[in-house]
Design a protein around this ligand. Structure first.
Ligand code: FAD
Ligand code: MG
Length: 361
């Protein structure tokens, strides 16, 4: 795998879209997990063009350095929208909502894309001893983290929701692409996996449309297509998770890779001096507690990176690094709560620390 440069670029955007909490939208603009430095050092380079859109409950930003023109942006945003309409549990007509509505009632035949993402989710359940669990839906709804309804549930509410979370009760029938949730009121939530899958599909679309150099950023799921036109690596700034001002703590360089970040510094609420974030432990029903503040995972396929970023997050830094070292073509950068940075062995000198508050281990 080849990694290369990152850097922060100001996010271009307009007003918060209808239905989105303005306060939250502004927070997203400030707190993107990674920043892409899009500038060209060489005057001969074609100028990058960036367009952004609020989709998938997050900020989507596409930067093209080459290609057939603006039409390709339209196609890409439409593709993302089509996948959102299929994979979102917030959209009633989606395949995921259909599966959830039929929990305990009957199997639902879905598209091969939806089936693929669910299969991936179950694979990562087996890799993490069940910590990664796409049947987390009832708990996600209960906590409401990331929405205006976020609140601390009662222990009884948590126990009731937990009784519905069990990836072993998601039954897939491969020949017919059917999905059945065996227990009534179970619900799958692909929030930890689907953005990566969609980013891979956007990459395919751009490639088919002759784009040679681009950055796809679906709210922290970054895919780098090629290199910059001047032959240099892309530079991605890794957000300082302790700083709300959009500053980055270091720069990662790369080409033709996916870099996915999971963290607990964007989607959370505080009550009684305690932070409750959105990555939930399916054993306890509460946000996972360990030493990690944020993790960026580098893989070839973004769907793997998305599932892995959440999975590794749940394991804590020590086990996460062990797992990363055992996986092919996978690297990780872990930021802990005590401001240490752990790099997997393949990152080498492709990460440059720029903030002296942190130290590399
Ligand atoms: P990740 O670490 O990749 O994922 C964390 C998310 O995974 C949690 O937010 C939760 O949904 C789920 N999760 C929590 N614990 C576990 C666990 N143990 N195992 C597996 N999964 C877990 N957000 C909105 O606010 N409004 C929307 O309308 C909306 N629509 C979306 C539609 C789609 C198709 C997708 C994919 C996401 C949508 N989102 C929406 C969610 C949002 O954009 C992010 O995907 C989500 O906040 C988490 O992404 P992340 O990369 O920050 O974290
Ligand atoms: Mg993820």
């Amino acid at each position: 795998m080849t990694l290369n440069a990152y850097a922060p670029a100001p996010v271009s955007s307009g007003a918060a879209p209808a239905g989105i909490c303005r306060r939250y939208f502004i927070a997203l603009l400030i707190l993107t997990a990674v920043f892409t430095f899009t500038g060209c050092g060489n005057k001969a380079d074609s100028k990058p063009v960036t367009e952004s859109s609020f989709q998938l409950g997050t900020l989507v930003e596409l930067t093209l350095y080459s290609g057939p023109g603006r039409q390709v942006f339209k196609k890409a945003f439409e593709l993302i929208s089509a996948y959102e309409n299929t994979l979102s549990r917030n959209i009633e007509s989606s395949e995921v909502s259909e599966i959830n509505r039929n929990a305990g009632i009957s199997p639902v035949v879905v598209s091969s894309d939806t089936f693929f993402v669910i299969e991936k989710g179950l694979y990562y359940s087996s890799l993490t001893g069940g910590l990664f669990d796409i049947s987390i839906g009832p708990l996600v709804s209960l906590w409401g983290i990331g929405s205006e309804d976020a609140r601390l549930p009662t222990p009884d509410e948590i126990a009731s929701a937990l009784a519905l979370v069990d990836h072993s009760k998601v039954r897939l029938t491969a020949g017919e692409n059917s999905v059945f949730l065996e227990k009534e009121k179970m619900a799958i939530d692909l929030g930890a996996a689907a953005k990566g899958f969609i980013a891979d599909k956007v990459l395919e679309l751009l490639t088919e449309n002759s784009v040679k150099s681009a950055i796809i950023n679906l709210g922290g799921n970054v895919v780098l297509l090629g290199r910059k036109p001047d032959g240099r690596l892309f530079r991605i700034g890794i957000q300082n998770p302790f700083d709300t001002r959009g500053s980055y703590l270091g720069i990662l360089e790369g080409e033709n890779v996916s870099i996915v970040t999971s963290g607990i510094y964007e989607r959370y609420f505080e009550e009684g001096g305690k932070r409750y974030h959105h990555i939930l432990n399916p054993d306890t029903g509460y946000p996972v507690e360990n030493d990690i503040m944020g993790i960026s995972v580098i893989t070839e396929k973004s769907v793997e990176g998305d599932c892995l970023s959440t999975s590794l997050f749940m394991l804590g830094s020590e086990k996460a690094l062990q797992l990363v070292e055992s996986l092919e073509n996978t690297e990780a950068l872990i930021i802990t709560k005590d401001k240490k940075i752990y790099l997997s062995s393949g990152i080498g000198n492709r990460f440059t620390l720029t903030d002296s508050q942190f130290s590399i281990f």
